[in-house]
Design a protein around this ligand. Structure first.
Ligand SMILES: NC(=O)c1ccc[n+]([C@@H]2O[C@H](COP(=O)([O-])OP(=O)(O)OC[C@H]3O[C@@H](n4cnc5c(N)ncnc54)[C@H](OP(=O)(O)O)[C@@H]3O)[C@@H](O)[C@H]2O)c1
Length: 277
């Protein structure tokens, strides 16, 4: 089992430097996959209402041998539940499906700026946190201007912003904004959904030099950028491989070489225009 180190969020919560993505992990196989990840050392689990697997993640938490207090379960509010009362109801639905009495990290899944209700949603999340139903609150797919609006209008800084981030889209400007405001960056699709990233010659060369796999080189790059990657794998041996990135370090030049693969988003997920409900 790997021990995944943790950093401290702006609300004093210990937060793992790597977690498990669960998109598409559904049904009995999904539960087995999350149980095997917990056994491998994962403590941060990332689900969402829209992944339709909150039940599976909750079942895995109960089936695992690890104490509930050591695990951090993330879920996310879908666009259709934006608004104060809607968010309170959405949280209760998630808690019910998870079968847990607390959500450890609660995120706004997409800002949907044309709907214009993410500040009301954020106010409800602050209330849920104050009530103890949620431990940490954050957002996903927010731009610096949207983050600034939340902070200006409520005085509460999100603990986390989970965004698309991988070597093809390193998000330097957004990460700098997060660093200035003590917001933890979390990387979704950290392996660029596998794609051709893992066969890029620069990644292969750096991986060989450190006697690790290309996936491990990429995940280590995230860790050294100061972002928590949440790679998804349904396979126990790939889960172990992905978590085992804390025994080597890349040089600054190698981090820069990987970042130079930048070419943009994987698909048209620009938070200014993309909406999800
Ligand atoms: N907030 C958002 O809007 C948002 C959007 C997208 C995703 N997410 C979250 O981010 C998580 C991760 O992103 P993702 O699932 O899109 O993509 P990803 O983690 O970048 O890539 C997952 C793909 O890589 C494969 N893979 C994993 N480990 C591997 C290894 N060691 N060697 C070779 N292939 C490997 C997986 O296959 P196997 O399963 O067969 O190993 C799967 O096909 C999601 O599951 C979800 O929790 C959030």
């Amino acid at each position: 089992m790997v021990t995944i180190p943790a950093i401290t969020l702006n609300d004093d919560t210990a937060f793992p430097e790597l977690g498990l993505g669960t998109y598409r992990l559904t049904g009995a196989e999904g539960v087995d996959a999350v149980v095997s990840a917990i056994a491998a050392g994962y403590r941060l689990l990332d689900t969402a209402v829209n992944y339709e697997n909150e039940r599976e993640v909750g079942d895995a938490v109960r089936r695992s041998d690890v104490d509930r207090e050591e695990l951090l379960v993330t879920t996310k509010i879908p666009g259709r539940d934006h608004g104060f009362d809607e968010t309170i109801a959405s949280a209760r639905g998630s808690l019910h499906r998870l079968g847990l009495d607390r959500i450890d990290l609660y995120l706004i899944h997409w800002p949907n700026p044309r709907v214009g209700r993410f500040v009301d949603t954020w106010r409800a999340m602050i209330a849920l946190r104050d009530e103890g139903l949620v431990r940490s609150i954050g957002v996903s797919n927010f731009t610096p201007a949207m983050l600034a609006r939340l902070m200006d209008e409520t005085g509460v800084v999100p603990a986390v912003n989970q965004v698309e981030l991988h070597p093809y889209f390193p998000q330097a400007e957004l990460r700098a904004f997060h660093a200035t405001n003590d917001i933890r960056t979390e990387s979704w699709s950290p392996l660029a959904r596998r794609s051709e990233l893992l066969s890029e010659s620069v990644i292969q060369r750096i991986a060989e030099r450190h006697a690790v796999t290309p996936t491990q080189a990429v995940l280590r790059w995230h860790v050294q950028l100061g972002s928590t990657p949440i790679p998804k794998s349904a396979d126990a041996s790939r889960q172990r491989e992905n978590a085992d990135v804390f025994g080597f370090s890349l040089g600054d030049d190698e981090v820069a070489e990987i970042s130079a693969l930048e070419r943009g988003r994987l698909w048209d997920g620009d938070p200014q225009t993309h909406e999800e409900f």
